[in-house]
Design a protein around this ligand. Sequence first.
Ligand code: THU
Length: 131
Amino acid sequence: MDDELLRAATAVRAHAYVPYSRFAVGAALRGASGAVYAGCNVENAAYPEGTCAEAGAIAAMVAAGETRILAALVIADSPVPVSPCGGCRQKLAEFAPPEVPVTLCTTRGEVAETTVGALLPGAFDKGQMPT
Ligand code: THU
């Protein structure tokens, strides 16, 4: 596990805006440059407009000019290591090949290691669109 990602995701989780679910999530990514990007979930009174922690971290990475993820980590106070939603799996797959490691954590120290490919086998990607 990448301890710097754990620290970044834990720190940003404290800023999660979760008045509706009360379920705070932190995510951190390592970009190809080596830099770390973090994001938390940001909910909205119009529930479907809320955004996941992973989406925030990806937006921060892209805003910084990077488009390649080397590793990802997600943390929440969940009974089992928190699992990215389907939409976030697709978002991660846009910027990470299948072998990229994804670490799923609880705040109580439970950790599960997986990969982008294991989370979303058969992902739709740009190679499937006509050129
Ligand atoms: N959530 C995330 O931010 N990331 C995940 O991996 C799982 C779910 C958020 C969305 C919503 O704000 C809250 O957790 C409950 O679904």
